[in-house]
Ligand binder design. Sequence first.
Ligand code: A2H
Length: 693
Amino acid sequence: MRLRATWQQWHLEHHLLHCLLMGLASALGAACCTWKAAEVGRGAGALLPQQENRFPLGAVARMQRGCLMRLRGGQEDALAGGVSSQGEAGKSATVKVPKSYARRDLLLKIQDDAQRRWEEEKIFEEDSPEDAVEVAGVPGNKSKYFATFPYPYMNGLLHLGHAFSLTKAEFAVGYQRMQGKQCLWPFAFHCTGMPIQAAADTLQRELLHADAEGEAPLADGVAGNEEERDADAGAVRYQSGKSKIAAKRGNAKTQAEVLLSMGVPGEEIAEFRNAEKWLGYFPSLAREDLKAMGLKIDWRRTFITTEASPWYDAFVRWQFRKLKELEKVKFGKRLSIFSPRDRQICADHDRAVGEGVCPQEYTLIKMRLISSIAALSDVQELRDAEIYLLAATLRPETMYGQTNCWVLPHDKEGNDVYYGCYRTHVAGEIAIMSEQAAVNMAYQSLSPSFGKAELVCRVKGADLLGLEVTAPLSLLKVVRTLPLLTIVMGKGTGIVTCVPSDAPDDFAALADLQRKAPLREKYNIDASWVLDLAPIPVIESVYKHDAANSSAGTTRCVAEEACKEYKVASQNDRAQLALAKEKAYKLGFYEGTMVIGHLAGVKVEQAKPLIRDKLVEEGHAYIYAEPEKEVTSRSGDKCVVALTDQWYLTYGEPVWQAQVAEHLENTCEMYSADTRSRFAQVRLHDVDGCLFI
Ligand code: A2H
C-alpha cells in the first residue's frame, strides 16, 4: 500500500511539474508574440542569451517560425527589460536586453533535471500488460490507456498547429497516468507519398535552372550561413542577389528558400534533391522538438512510414492482403485527379491547391455540324471529317427539350475567345471544344493517344455563330448555334446546350435574343432563327412560390416559373438568376417526373442515368470529367481528370458503409456531437478511395 502510494506520488509529482512547465510555456508564448513584431526580419541572433535552447517555448517557437527563433527570457524579465524597435521591420532595431535571466534559468534547470530523470528512469516506456514487470510492487496488468496522433508529414518542421493538436493526446495521457493507468503514447512520422518526392524534384529543377541561367553554383550560391541571412533582414538571398527563380515567382518562395527558412544550412540544401535526405532530416528534428516539449512518449516505438521500417511495411502489406481477401480492394479503370507532370494520380496530400476536390462528371452531347464554318473553309482535314460541337451537360435527361446550342462569341472585355478543332479517339472524327476540355479528354482515352490533345486548328467563338447542328433526342432535330455571354471557358467544353424549359440561364438568354433586336443584329442572328423557339415540356413538377399565401400548381416549364418568381429580367441578372436556378434545379431534379420519351412517368432522378447511358450507347454522347475546381499538384502543374488503371478501396460499397454506420452509432465513443457528425459526413462521400496506380 505504501509502495503504491509512493509510485503514484512520483507520477503526480512529475505530472504537476510537467503541467507547470507547459503552463509557463504558454504564458511565455504570449510574451514571445509581443516580441515577434520587433523581431520580424532581423533574425533572433541579437536577442539570444548565451543559454542553449532547452525550454519548451524554444520548441514551440521553432515549430512556429522555423529554427531561427530562440528563447528570449521570461515574461516578467522581458517586460521589465522592455523591447523596442526602430524603423520598419527588417531594418536595424534597437533592443534593450533584459537584465536578468535568473528566474528563467532556474526554470530551465528544473526542467532539464526533470527531463533527464524521466529519460534515465524510462518513465514513459510502457510494455504490454502481459509482459509488464512489476514496478515497485505495482502489478503489470493494471488498466491500460492508449493515445495516438496521426503521423505528421515530414516535408518540414512541426509547427504550432501540430503542437496545439498534440496537447489533446498529451494532456489525456497525463491525466490517465495520474489515475494510475498504464499509458502507451507512441509517435511516428509520415514520409510516404508524393509531397516529399515532389519537393525534392522541384529543388532539382530549381537548381538545374539556376545553373542554366548562370547563377552561382549551389554550394556558395545559396547564402550559406545563418548570420549572413539573419543580418539580411530575414530575406533569404542567393549571393548573386535575388534569385531569378525567386524573381519569376514573385512572392512565392522557391523550394531552396523554403528549406533555408526552416533553418537548413545553405551548404546542405543541394542534398535535399534526394528524397532520402528528407527522411532522415526532419523526423529527427521533430523528435528533438517533441522531447523538448516533454511529451510522455515511448520513443522506443517510433518509426517512419516507408520501407525504411520493414516491420511497419510488412504490417501495411498484411493489411492490404487482408482487405483484398475480403474483396474490399479492387483493380480497374477509375476517374481520378491526375498530375500530368508527375504522371500519376494526385491525391489530397499531393496537392498544393485543391484539397478535397473531386472529379466532376459531365455528359458531352455530340451535336453534329451540318453547316460548314466559313472561316475554316481552307482546312483540308475538316472537309472529309465528321465534325461535332461537344456540349457539356449535367442534365442529360433534359435533352428532349433542346432548342439551340450556345457558344461564347467573346469574353467580358470584348476580346476574341478561341475554341479548338481536335481529333478524337474515333478515326475521322473532329470535336470542337475548349482547350482545357481537350486536355482532360486526352487523359480519358477520348483522343488518339493518351495524354495528347491533337489540335487540327483553332476557331474564333464568333465564327461559330448561326451554324446548324443536330440535337440528339430533341423534338427539334436540327438547331442553331447562338451567343450566350455568361459561358465560362474554364468549365466543361465552353459549349452549352440550351433547354429553356428547365434551365433559367437558358430561358433568360433565349428571351433576351427574342426581345432585343439590337442584340440579334450585333451577332448577325436572323430573327427567324429565334422568334419561333419555345420551351419544350420535358419534366413536370409541382411549383409553389416562396410567398406564404401562394398556392401550389403543376408546371412543365420550371425555368420560366422560377424566372417569373424571382423577377429575372435578362441573362445578366446574376443575383436573381442564382435564386431562380437553385429553386428550379432542386425542384426539377429531385421532385420532377419525365413527361416525354420512353421513360415518361419515371422520376427524374431515376431516369437521368438511364438516359445518359442510352445517349452513350447510341453514339450521341461521351462521358467526360474534369476537376470540379482548380487543382495544382505540389510539382506545380495544373491537374486533370484521368481514366487510369488503379487499385482502389470500395468505400462506396453499401454493405461496408452500413457496417461502418452501425459501428459509428453503437460502439464509438465520441467527445462531441460535432465529431460524430463529421464522421457521418465522411460516409456521405460514397466514392471509392484510390490507392495507387
Ligand atoms: B446544364 P456547373 Cl436543363 N459555362 O445543361 C456556363 N454554363 C455551363 C458551361 C460553361 N462553360 N458548361 C455547362 N454549363 C451549364 C442543361 C441543364 C443544365 C439543365 C438544367 C440545369 C443544368 C441545359 N443547359 O445545369 O457549374 C450546363 O447546363 C445546372 C446544374 O458545372 C451544365 O448542365 O454546376 C451546367 O451549366 C453545369 O454547371
